[in-house]
Design a protein around this ligand. Structure first.
Ligand SMILES: [Zn+2]
Length: 235
């Protein structure tokens, strides 16, 4: 791997046995990575990067605006996502009535007691995410079970650090990561089909991949979109 410096941005350049240039910006530090075929030169890389410069800057801004998961304070001004759409969190202290979260335009409005702690606010938002994700998953799991001719399955939502989902095939039980509430619906669909496909094939080998391609032809693109969105690696 080599480093190319262009207008104060360092770009990792990696040569691989591929046919096309492939550019990514990764969270959390907006690292720019270019994979390129062996037969192209540094000059080719430079002119490609300059052509993509606007995209690079926009993607870097987007990634850098997104506070890291662990550093979130659940305070006004923070960015939070629901199904791939970014909202600005606004806290509205209330002294009577019940807590709530609503979206209005590009704002996510959280009403809570003025003395609510960070953990209280986090729990309140997670509960709200859980409700939205449960509704979304109910529709998707039922639809895909019917479409794939699978008998009904059981599923739960859990907060997980390393996986988007898991499948206990022998129990026909799927688990979905609560963070899926933050990503685009297309990516949630990919995880649903992925976990349902583990009922048939328990590893990620060629048989699994072939079945995925039959069921969801653009699954590799959706997987990439998902991994670019939040950096939890999916196999
Ligand atoms: Zn899997």
């Amino acid at each position: 791997m080599t480093i190319l410096r262009l207008q104060d941005i360092e770009i990792e350049v990696e040569r691989k046995a591929i046919r096309n240039m492939h550019l990514s910006v990764y969270p959390p530090d907006a690292r720019v990575h270019l994979s390129m075929p062996f037969f192209l030169t540094d000059e080719d890389a430079k002119s490609f990067l300059l052509r993509k410069w606007q995209w690079i800057c926009r993607s870097r801004e987007q990634v850098l605006r997104q506070p890291r998961q662990t550093e979130r304070e659940y305070i006004s001004g923070e960015s939070h996502y629901l199904f791939g759409t970014r909202y600005m969190l606004i806290l509205e202290p209330i002294t009577t009535g019940s807590n709530s979260v609503t979206v209005q335009g590009n704002k996510m409005i959280m009403r809570c007691r003025p003395n609510a702690t960070r953990d209280n606010r986090r729990a309140q938002l997670h509960e709200w995410y859980r409700g939205h994700l449960r509704t979304m998953l109910t529709g998707l799991v039922n639809k895909w079970c019917a479409q794939l001719g699978e008998a009904p399955v059981q599923w739960t939502i859990k907060y997980m650090k390393r996986e988007w989902g898991s499948c206990m095939a022998h129990k026909r039980h799927l688990v979905f990561n609560l963070d899926l509430a933050r990503v685009p619906v297309e990516c949630i669909k990919y995880i649903v089909v992925h976990e349902l496909t583990h009922l048939a094939v328990q590893n990620h080998g060629p048989a699994f991949q072939e079945l995925m391609t039959q069921r969801l032809p653009n699954w590799k693109l959706l997987r990439k979109q998902l991994n670019d969105f939040i950096a939890i690696p999916v196999k």
